[in-house]
Design a protein around this ligand. Structure first.
Ligand SMILES: Nc1ncnc2c1ncn2[C@@H]1O[C@H](COP(=O)(O)OP(=O)(O)OP(=O)(O)O)[C@@H](O)[C@H]1O
Ligand SMILES: [Mg+2]
Length: 260
């Protein structure tokens, strides 16, 4: 179970209203893709799901309880640009991440436990297609490989909710396609609930089971921060028509008009 509920959710920074009156319910296993103009509050929303930002009004619930005010293992995040520890190999980076989660209080694991952790890290790296890169350092990995490493590092913590903030924005189109296949595979295999921000509507329609458009439907030119963005479109992406290009491009056109 990982049901997320937004109940009249607001986020303000001082006088600036970033998000206002968000209402939605997302069931376990959904794949929500989020598009919207730059600065409209998409990353802020993800940070609230992660727990590093709190709502200023309303509620954000996970399984009927307020999301904890600090990140925990239920939620994992991958950003557009990945900051790995450069002096650790791929395997060590993933192990460290698993270690911090498995053993928050002791810090380090030894003996049989360490052996288990190494095996789990290797399995995770294999799952993301990095079986040939266990011993490589981040600067020896391509951009796509670094994002695979970022996914492995996040998924070793076994989150139920995966938060992706334009994770493939910096990658070449060919590599992105491989990453799409990987994310869909991991989503299905691990039964994840996914929230993914993208600037690419095609990507949003292709990957998501549901697409949200964040936009302000009130704007005061004299006071741009007076009103926040809302979920102006909440589109189910039907299983039957997923991947049918005509339908997708039709929706992309009409949504692009909304985005301006
Ligand atoms: N810690 C903060 N303090 C004050 N204002 C903030 C803070 N974080 C974000 N903001 C403001 O909130 C608004 C939304 O920012 P956010 O990063 O969520 O936008 P975004 O939709 O992710 O944009 P982009 O597509 O460019 O990544 C911006 O006006 C930003 O300046
Ligand atoms: Mg952002």
């Amino acid at each position: 179970m990982a049901t997320i509920e937004l109940k009249n959710l607001w986020k303000e920074y001082g006088p600036e209203v970033v998000l206002e009156r968000l209402n939605a319910r997302v069931e376990s296993g959904e794949f929500v893709t989020i598009v919207g103009a730059s600065g409209c509050g998409k990353t802020t929303f993800l940070k609230m799901l992660l727990g590093t930002e709190s709502p200023t009004r309303g509620q954000l619930l996970l399984d009927d309880k307020p999301i904890p005010a600090e990140p925990d293992a239920t939620r994992g995040i991958v950003f557009q640009r990945y900051s790995v520890l450069p002096h650790l190999t791929a395997e060590e980076n993933v192990m460290l991440s698993g270690e911090l989660t498995a053993n928050r209080f002791w810090g380090r694991t030894f003996g049989a436990k360490r052996h288990e952790l190494r095996a789990a890290a290797r399995k995770m790296l294999e799952d993301v297609g990095l079986e040939a890169a266990f011993d490589k350092y981040p600067d020896e990995l391509s951009g796509g490989m670094q994002q695979r490493l970022a996914l492995a590092q996040t998924l070793i913590k076994k989150p139920r909710i995966l938060l992706l903030d334009e994770p493939f924005g910096a990658l070449d189109p060919g590599i992105r396609k491989d990453m799409h296949a990987l994310v869909l595979k991991l989503w299905k295999e691990q039964g994840l609930t996914v929230f993914m921000i993208t600037h690419d509507l095609d990507e949003g329609f292709y990957l998501g089971t549901r697409l949200w458009v964040f936009d302000k439907n009130r704007l005061d030119p004299q006071a741009p921060g007076a009103y926040g963005a809302r979920i102006t479109y909440d589109l189910p992406v039907g299983k039957d028509d997923r991947g049918t290009l005509d339908d997708i491009s039709h929706r992309v056109d009409s949504t692009a008009r909304v985005l301006g």
